[in-house]
Design a protein around this ligand. Sequence first.
Ligand code: ATP
Ligand code: MG
Length: 333
Amino acid sequence: MKDLMLKVRNLKVIFPNQMGVLKAVEGIDFDIPKGKCVAIVGESGCGKSVTSLAVMKLLNSPPAMVRVDELVLDGADLKDYTDQMMQEVRGKQISMIFQDAMTALNPVMTIGKQIDEVFIRHGKMDKGEARIATIKALELVGVPEPKSRANQFPHQLSGGMRQRVLIAMAFACMPKLIIADEPTTALDVTIQAQVLDVLSDMQKKHEVSLLLITHDLSVVANMADTIYVMYSGKIVEKAKVRELFLHPHHPYTIGLLGSIPKLSDEVHKFVQIPDAVPHPMFKPTGCYFHPRCSHSTLKCSQVMPPLKTLLNGREIRCFHPQNVVDFEEVAHE
Ligand SMILES: Nc1ncnc2c1ncn2[C@@H]1O[C@H](COP(=O)(O)OP(=O)(O)OP(=O)(O)O)[C@@H](O)[C@H]1O
Ligand SMILES: [Mg+2]
């Protein structure tokens, strides 16, 4: 499809070990349209980071074993790309924003020099041109006094400023796709909102496709167009952001939404999902979520529900979807 920036089909990642096989990602499909922001949301350990690393082909094999039917970036299938070919893709066509800016940045190099290098390498600029571009990039992501800040080292900046630097670096090479894995988790709430605003503005301004990975649904509410909810290595629900928030179908999504406080509540009661994500070596039979689900039946404990597509394009992997409206009836099994 011409309007897709990324198309992933049947992505599987396993980590074999002495005890057996750890299934981190179990055959997921997802699409990122050009210029849109798509989010993958789920609790810790459900396979979000492994998914993003697999897209970048950054997982070491061994230990990881990666299988994918299609991994198409802007029409080019990266499935059989060698390491050398991927080096061209990474940084130039896809760039990543990590959670921990302190480890992503070089501590002994000024931030200006680090951004300059991206412009020199990918923008084919000379040193002088690169520095002008760096200062502009820092200004765009809201770093005050960018000229003098460029001469500082990462430890001289606050966490929020460092994350802005990472955003500036990610956009510096004008990539087609940016993958942001928990880009604001290490920041406090007010700074988190500012950094997300910057990321969202930059994404829209440059019409870049963005894959946003987070465990926190409130982070994606104002940013994503489409949300994929992931549980224990599988996609359990896919919907447009508004539909997901208004009519969450999967009991797991409902649980995730229940843990977001609402201003309208006088005393907010957090709805908790009991227990935790199963260890990927010891997943239950049937629906992986059934031991934690208040709607589960005998069938749920025996059979893995298929991912069904509803008439309005939403996808749901559940025998007992909630809040389904008439027009959404299942299109096919
Ligand atoms: N190199 C590795 N070797 C073995 N197992 C791994 C490796 N990397 C990840 N895993 C396992 O794969 C599963 C998925 O991990 P992943 O890091 O993708 O989770 P996540 O959804 O990103 O969680 P979080 O929200 O905590 O970042 C986990 O059980 C993890 O222990
Ligand atoms: Mg992760």
